[in-house]
Design a protein around this ligand. Structure first.
Ligand SMILES: [Zn+2]
Length: 89
């Protein structure tokens, strides 16, 4: 494998625009509240199991960071799961 040499400081405007657009609105990768809610129980279970839910379900994590409603839902769910699991059932 030959390595390509990249020149530094030669980002063109179009590339920059694409990057900025990607940061500002990653619509393609976004999920809505319905999608989030569908995966929320799975996300909570992973979190509770000490697994990296963020990595497994990054879109859910992303949505929770931007949507207070779902975040609240998530916290309630997490508490509920915690209560269940602490009973040892
Ligand atoms: Zn939401």
């Amino acid at each position: 494998m030959k390595k390509k040499k990249l020149k530094k400081g030669t980002l063109d405007v179009d590339t920059l625009k694409q990057i900025v657009r990607g940061i500002m609105s990653s619509r393609e990768d976004e999920i809505d509240c319905g999608d989030c809610f569908e995966q929320l129980d799975h996300f909570s279970e992973l979190s509770l199991a000490g697994k990296s839910a963020d990595e497994a379900l990054p879109l859910v994590k992303q949505h929770l960071e931007t949507c207070p409603d779902c975040k609240e839902e998530f916290e309630v769910l997490l508490k509920a799961l915690n209560a269940v699991s602490s009973k040892g059932g």
